[in-house]
Write a protein that binds this ligand. Structure first.
Ligand code: CP
Ligand code: NVA
Length: 306
C-alpha cells in the first residue's frame, strides 16, 4: 500500500527515530564517497506552485544521490495550467512516477492529490504544514544536542506552517516547545489540540504564549521563521509592525541557555525576524539545517519509494 507524507502524524515516533539513524548513515556515506544508490530506476515528480530553493534542490539532488531520477513539473507547463483536474493528473502521473512532491497553497489541495494518486504524495509545504522541514530540523537538533526528547525549543514569530509542523514534531518526540506569537497569529488550534493529545503519551509540553522573552528562557533551541509567508505578501506592511519584538537578537539569546542553538528554516529576512549578527553567530546552525534537508529527505524517500 502506498504511504503519503502530508503531516508529521503520517509517521510514528519510532519511524522518525529510524529515519534519524538512516539519514546520518546516508550523510556519512555520501561524505565518504560511498555508493548510496538504493532507488535505482525510481522516479520522483516535483510539482511546485510556490517558489522554492531548498526543497526543490534538495529533493532533486536526493534522487540523484539515491540513483533515481527527479522530474520537475512546472504547473504552467503541464496541462493542469489549462484546467486538467488534480484527480486526472494524479492518476496519469501515477503510471509514470514512483512518488510526487507537491508544494501548494491550501492543505486540502495536497489531500486531493493524495486521494487520487496511486503513488506516495510528499508534502513539500502547504499553508498549514511543512513536515519535511520538521523532520530535517529534528535531525539537526539530534546532531547538535545528542538527543531530542526533553529538549526545550522556543519558537518566536508567526504561528505558521513551520510552527505547526514543529509543534507536531515536538509532540511525538517528547520535546518541550514554547511558541510565542502576537495575538491573532497563533498556530492552528486544531493542530495544537491534536498535538497535546499526542503529548500525553510522550511527555511533550506544548505552550502557546505571547511574550517572546518568556518563551526563550532556558531554551536549548531558539527558532524563528519569516513574519510574512508565501501567499501573504499583501499583509507584509502590517505584519512588520505587529511582529517588531518577535526577533532573534543578542538580547533574546541572553535569556536562552548558554549553549543554545539558533535555527531558521530559511529564506530569512535579516534585520526582521533575526539579526544579521545572530544569523552569523557561532550558535547559529542555520546553514547545516539547510543541508540536512537533503540527507533526511533521502532517508524519507528510501522509506516511501523503495
Ligand atoms: N525552507 C524551505 O522550505 O525553503 P524553500 O522555500 O527554499 O524550499
Ligand atoms: N513560512 C514560510 C516558510 C518558507 C519555507 C512560507 O510559507 O513562506
Amino acid at each position: 500500500m502506498k504511504r503519503d507524507f502530508l503531516t508529521i502524524h503520517d509517521i510514528t515516533a519510532k519511524e522518525l527515530e529510524s529515519l534519524l539513524v538512516r539519514a546520518r548513515e546516508l550523510k556519512d556515506m555520501h561524505k565518504a564517497g560511498s555508493d548510496t544508490s538504493v532507488l535505482k530506476g525510481k522516479t520522483l515528480g516535483l510539482l511546485f506552485e510556490k517558489q522554492s530553493t531548498r526543497t526543490r534542490i534538495s529533493f532533486e539532488v536526493a534522487m540523484f544521490q539515491l540513483g533515481g531520477h527527479p522530474v520537475y513539473l512546472s504547473p504552467n507547463q503541464i496541462q493542469m495550467g489549462r484546467g486538467e483536474t488534480i484527480g486526472d493528473t494524479a492518476k496519469v502521473i501515477s503510471g509514470y512516477l514512483d512518488g510526487i512532491v507537491v508544494r501548494t497553497f491550501s492543505h486540502s489541495t495536497i489531500e486531493e492529490w493524495a486521494r487520487f494518486s496511486y503513488v506516495p504524495v510528499i508534502n513539500g509545504l502547504t499553508d498549514l504544514h511543512h513536515p519535511c522541514q520538521t523532520i530535517s530540523d529534528i535531525l539537526t537538533i539530534f546532531e547538535n544536542k545528542g538527543r531530542v526528547s526533553g529538549i526545550k525549543m522556543a519558537y518566536i514569530g508567526d504561528g505558521n506552517n513551520v510552527a505547526n509542523s514543529l509543534i507536531e514534531g515536538a509532540a511525538i518526540m517528547g520535546m518541550e516547545i514554547r511558541v510565542a506569537t502576537p495575538k491573532g497569529y497563533e498556530p492552528d488550534s486544531a493542530i495544537v489540540s491534536k498535538a497535546r493529545l499526542a503529548a500525553k503519551e510522550t511527555g511533550a509540553v506544548i505552550e502557546i504564549m505571547q511574550d517572546p522573552l518568556d518563551a526563550v528562557k532556558d531554551a536549548d533551541v531558539v527558532y524563528t521563521d519569516v513574519w510574512t509567508s508565501m501567499g501573504q505578501e499583501k499583509e507584509e506592511h502590517g505584519r512588520k509592525q505587529v511582529f517588531q519584538k518577535y526577533q532573534i537578537n543578542h538580547e533574546t539569546m541572553q535569556l536562552a541557555k548558554k549553549d543554545a542553538i539558533i535555527m531558521h528554516c530559511l529564506p530569512a529576512h535579516r534585520g526582521e525576524e533575526i539579526t544579521e549578527e545572530m544569523m552569523e553567530s557561532p550558535q547559529s546552525v542555520i546553514f547545516d539545517q539547510a543541508e540536512n534537508r537533503l540527507h533526511m529527505q533521502k532517508a524519507l524517500l528510501e522509506m516511501l519509494l523503495r
